[in-house]
Design a protein around this ligand. Structure first.
Ligand SMILES: *Cc1c(COP(=O)(O)O)cnc(C)c1O
Length: 406
């Protein structure tokens, strides 16, 4: 991989027409270690957030030894970079053949369930392979009601009373039993974990046996940019969330049992930025070489403000306007699909023009993992960058939360 000091250098040296991912392994390692130091239990990185081999490898080098996986593709990706890593198979709804693969080929011994049918599937595999159920820890996923930018508890999780029944049944079969929840992604309210812990506490108090552990899932917020035209929304810092969570774990009497967290976004968001090129400017519209079917899936860029840095092409001699004047541009993606238009504008210097580049920061989570090959576009160029995104010149622009006035 080619190395540069910053994205501007990379853009000016490569003059790329295809999107370029700027990977910062040191930032990734710092953020992973910071989380591991703060969380009072084991850290299982959620592979779905970014399963690139270079990312998984850097995480293993940073000392991450546990990974939260959901599919055979993720088992293989983790095993390829870290033969001794432990994998937790935390998807509550699994194909029976995948459960078998997990237990038989990958030696996975921790799984999650939220329904009795899943216990049936698991037990069939356990019997067929003649594994002692006592060697397996099954986490019962408890439903939670949260306030996250991305709410996931509508899809998975057993209601508390049902969770009690499932846990008792697992215990009778001889499994070790834990409780888990996942409050959604990018939580905005520090009370969210407490509400989930209260549900877990309710379940635990009705059990006839001792729990083997508690898994608090992911959801820890990453730092993004903010729109300078609006009042900054007060977001709790990771430190604040973590000290509140640690306090709540103690208060609810969970602090002495084995604890697991499954962070994704908070670990990888900052380690990648993306250089895109303006293929055409038409008035206040920019046609760029990436879009919702590649790194800018609108389901998440629509809710998050990403910092953006303008990289003017020095070959453009004549420009109109002032670089200090930051204005909104509607952004059209690379494919021929008419829905490939970002719902929120990019705010950039009014001088931006055809041929310029834009570096979009903090794009490591849920961006390249959601790429498609639609229309033949598949960004896959990586460079290594030494300087953290936030240590360069201040970003001039951002991909905003506000809808554009027509
Ligand atoms: C997606 C997911 C995570 C990671 O969530 P982040 O918000 O990225 O931290 C963790 N656990 C489970 C079960 C998930 O589905």
């Amino acid at each position: 991989m080619q190395r540069f000091d910053n994205a501007r250098e990379a853009a000016l040296a490569l003059r790329p027409d295809d999107p370029v991912y700027c990977f910062r392994p040191q930032v990734l390692k710092t953020d992973a270690r910071r989380f591991m130091e703060m969380f009072p239990g084991r850290t299982a990185y959620a592979v779905k957030t970014n399963g690139e081999p270079i990312v998984l490898k850097a995480l293993a080098e940073a000392g991450v030894t546990v990974f939260d996986v959901a599919s055979p593709g993720e088992f293989a990706a983790v095993r390829a970079v870290s033969p001794n890593a432990e994998m937790l198979y935390m998807h509550p709804v699994k194909a029976q053949s995948h459960i078998r693969l997990a237990l038989e080929e990958y030696g996975i011994r921790v799984v999650a369930i939220d329904h009795e049918d899943e216990i049936t599937k698991l037990t069939r595999v356990v019997r067929a392979l003649d594994i002692d159920p006592g060697a397996i820890t099954v986490f019962v996923r408890v439903q939670t009601k949260g306030h996250a930018a991305y709410e996931l508890s509508k899809k998975f999780g057993a209601g508390p009373a049902n969770a009690v029944e499932l846990a008792e049944r697992l215990n009778r079969t001889g499994y070790k039993v834990g409780l888990c929840f996942h409050v959604g992604s990018q939580i905005e309210d520090p009370d969210t974990y407490e509400r989930a812990l209260a549900s877990a506490d309710w379940v635990r108090n009705r059990l006839t046996f001792d729990l083997a552990g508690l898994d608090v899932g992911g959801g820890f917020p990453a730092e993004y940019g903010h729109d300078p035209n609006r009042k900054a929304v007060e977001m709790p810092s990771l430190g604040q969330i973590m000290s509140r969570l640690s306090g709540d774990l103690t208060e609810y009497g969970f602090a002495d049992m084995p604890l697991v967290a499954e962070p994704g976004r908070v670990i990888v968001a900052r380690c990648l930025s993306l250089i895109v090129r303006v293929l055409m400017r038409k008035g206040r519209r920019l046609y760029i070489n990436d879009g919702i079917w590649a790194s800018l899936s609108d389901s998440w860029t629509g809710k998050i403000t990403l910092p953006a840095r303008f990289i003017p092409d020095p070959a453009i001699r004549n420009r109109n306007g002032s670089e200090k004047n930051i204005v909104p541009f509607k952004v059209c993606g690379a494919t021929c699909d008419s829905v490939d238009i970002l719902s929120r504008p990019f705010w950039l210097p009014e001088t931006v023009d055809t041929g310029d580049w834009i570096e979009i920061g903090h794009i490591g989570a849920y961006s390249l993992s959601l790429r498609t090959r639609f229309n033949g576009f598949y960004p896959d160029t990586f460079v290594e960058i030494a300087t953290p995104f936030d240590e360069g010149d201040a970003p001039q622009g951002f991909a905003s939360l506000e809808t554009m006035a027509d």
